[in-house]
Design a protein around this ligand. Structure first.
Ligand SMILES: *Cc1c(COP(=O)(O)O)cnc(C)c1O
Length: 363
């Protein structure tokens, strides 16, 4: 579509064009009700229908079992770093954490304030350029839960497998790879994700929680911070992010129209393969992440010798050529192409062509 760029932003990130078009089409008058979704009551029949349809789509796509609740909350993925220990920590039963980068670092900082915990695996000594291994970790059967992040948005690593934690609930931050592949929800106690990478616009936080865990928290916790309250009220205790939930629903419709997670995952594999092959074949660029740890969502790469001037030039010339958002996270520098579900294969091909041309001129 004219004027739109290939968007490699890490989040908020690209949305499927048909979703934006549908939202535009319905913007002023949703379903003939005479107003925008932004203007309607969250208690209206129309919005209740949007909410229940969105939840039903998500349950179908991810095959979420009936003993799990689905919540659409606010506060971002970052509020979950606190809500999780507040609600799920059991006194005297330290949380076990798999530490894989900046986002688990932030979660650890909140756990430090709220509960006892133990880091059972970490790749910090390898600068998080590979995934920590839990081979040989004897998980404590009395831990309150095991905490991990499935895809490390900043360092560009992604777990392909999840640990078997027995009866101890596994809690996963899936902010940057939710709905990018099929997962077995029943292996998790809680899954959460900020919507703005793979699910919709910012302002919505998805929480999928096994219902029995909801009752762990003290009723003295602030009302808005209790999962119990949000489950009991079906995400309608207070005004939820109505327009954001509506757009998430459109994204879920798009995923189903594309063929569901098997088709999405196949395309994600293809995009990552094309890009990593180009990086590995390049004389100018390299991928700093250990090969088996590489993310299919956030492809981190650098100019050889970590030449920052050349990286800067790459980012600005790419942007001028219609390839936006290729700067690495400010904390690590370098380059990063986020190629979430909605990013088209053509965008990845255009990036690879641009890299070759850049190498020819600057290599
Ligand atoms: C983006 C991101 C977050 C932070 O999300 P907010 O909604 O900004 O709080 C947390 N975890 C991961 C893995 C992320 O990619």
């Amino acid at each position: 579509m004219k004027g739109r760029v290939f968007n490699f932003n890490a989040g908020p990130a690209v949305l499927p064009l048909p979703v934006l078009e549908k939202a535009r089409e319905e913007l002023l008058n949703y379903g003939g009700c005479g107003m925008s979704v932004m203007e309607m009551s969250h208690r209206s029949k129309e919005f209740e229908e949007i909410l229940s349809r969105t939840e039903a789509s998500l349950r179908r796509i991810l095959r979420i079992p009936d003993d799990y609740a689905v919540l659409f909350l606010q506060g971002g993925a970052s509020l979950q770093f606190s809500m999780i220990p507040m609600n799920l920590y059991l006194k005297g039963q330290p949380v076990e954490i798999i530490h894989s980068g900046s986002w688990t670092e932030k979660a650890i900082a909140e756990h430090k304030k709220l509960c006892e915990y133990k880091i059972v695996a970490s790749s910090e000594s390898e600068k998080f350029l590979r995934l920590p291994s839990w081979q040989g970790v004897a998980f404590n059967p009395n831990a309150s839960y095991v905490y991990m992040c499935s895809n490390n948005t900043i360092f560009g690593t992604q777990f392909r497998e999840f640990p078997d934690t027995g009866n101890v609930p596994l809690v996963a931050d899936m902010s940057s790879d939710i709905l990018s592949r099929a997962i077995d929800v029943s292996r998790f106690g809680l899954i959460f994700a900020g919507a703005q990478k793979n699910l919709g616009p910012s302002g919505v936080t998805l929480v999928i929680i096994r219902k029995d865990l909801v009752e762990r928290a003290a009723k003295e916790l602030p009302t808005m911070l209790q999962y119990r309250i949000h489950v009991k009220n079906n995400s309608l205790y207070n005004t939820p992010p109505t327009f954001g939930i509506y757009v998430c629903g459109l994204v879920l419709d798009w995923i189903e129209a594309e063929g569901g997670l098997p088709a999405i995952e196949k395309r994600n594999d293809e995009k990552a393969r094309i890009l990593y092959e180009a990086i590995d074949a390049s004389g100018l660029f390299y991928g700093p992440v250990e090969k088996n740890s590489r993310s299919r969502m956030n492809v981190v790469f650098r100019v050889k010798g970590d030449n920052e001037d050349l990286e800067k030039k790459f980012v600005s010339e790419a942007a001028a050529a219609g390839l936006a958002g290729l700067k690495g996270h400010r904390s690590v520098g370098g380059l990063r192409a986020s190629i979430y579900n909605a990013h088209p294969v053509e965008g990845v091909r255009a990036l690879v062509d641009f890299m070759k041309e850049f190498e020819r001129k600057n290599g």
